[in-house]
Design a protein around this ligand. Structure first.
Ligand SMILES: C[S@@+](CC[C@H](N)C(=O)[O-])C[C@H]1O[C@@H](n2cnc3c(N)ncnc32)[C@H](O)[C@@H]1O
Length: 253
């Protein structure tokens, strides 16, 4: 287990073994290709449900930030953040609780066309980034795992420059109102929208995982495969009432 700056729940690093073993599995890659078609951003090597369309929308909503710093919180192995930073012409600071993911992100960054990159172990609630050091903050499919969302939003407020944008994708159960949490943390919400065709794609990935349990265990190991299989089993029933949303907000002041 990886303990980072500050505290985070043990549960928040439950994908550590999947992050380590994901692309040892050609079967998993093919499941994603089949579910996404041409919207699969394979070059970004994502671990989640981000599409090319989502990445372009995140870049569009991050604002005019060329030459400044973008942060990617819950960056995983770094690919989505590097794609957006390259498109926007920013430097990139990526943060994740899983050390193995951060190590891979550093390797990926060395080969990417992004001027200045820094990947560190840290959490949404305690990023280790300097106050007002980021022109924009992004996060892809990570916030749903964070237990203390008010603390996470307060940390994003701290690291953003005044007027800076926070753009993220996550899942939104009925009991969780991201808009009021953002407003409490000093943000003005600019966009709150469901991401296109997310449910069809996510269900197709889960069907693929459940239909290839044996191959996944052979290729990724039992622990990583069991984590994916449990998610596919447990999450399907709640998806219909838990939309995947893309949110953009501006720090006031
Ligand atoms: C579904 S993955 C998405 C990774 C990456 N954004 C992508 O799209 O490829 C969620 C990530 O959030 C990270 N995570 C979970 N809780 C976190 C926290 N409190 N702070 C920072 N990262 C966290 C996990 O380690 C994991 O890498």
């Amino acid at each position: 287990m990886t303990w980072a700056i500050g505290e985070f729940s043990q549960e928040e690093d439950r994908y550590a073994e999947v992050l380590r073993r994901q692309w040892g599995s050609d079967t998993l890659r093919q499941i994603y290709r089949d579910a996404y078609g041409t919207d699969y951003p394979e070059e970004a090597d994502p671990f989640g449900f981000v599409t090319r369309t989502d990445l372009a929308r995140i870049a569009e909503l991050a604002g005019p930030v060329r030459g400044r710093r973008l942060a990617d919180l819950g960056c995983g192995r770094g690919g989505p953040g590097l794609e957006v930073a390259r498109a926007l012409g920013t430097s990139l600071a990526g943060v994740d609780v899983v050390e193995a993911a951060v190590t891979e992100a550093r390797t990926r960054a060395a080969a990417a066309d992004v001027a200045d990159t820094r990947f560190t172990v840290g959490s949404f609630e305690a990023t280790g980034l300097e106050t007002r050091s980021c022109a924009a903050v992004m996060s892809v499919d990570a916030l749903w795992m964070v237990w203390d969302k008010p603390a996470a939003f307060a940390e994003v407020t701290r690291i953003l420059e005044p007027g800076g944008r926070f753009v993220f994708t996550t899942w939104e159960p009925a009991y969780l109102d991201h808009r009021s949490l953002l407003s409490d943390a000093g943000f003005e919400v600019l966009v709150h929208e469901e991401t296109p065709a997310w449910l069809r794609r996510q269900l197709a990935v889960y069907r693929g995982i459940l239909g290839h349990r044996r191959e996944l265990a052979d290729e990724m190991g039992q622990t990583a495969a069991a984590t994916l299989i449990a998610e596919a089993r447990e999450t399907r029933s709640v998806l219909a009432t838990t939309p995947r949303v893309l949110v953009a907000a501006r720090k006031s002041g």
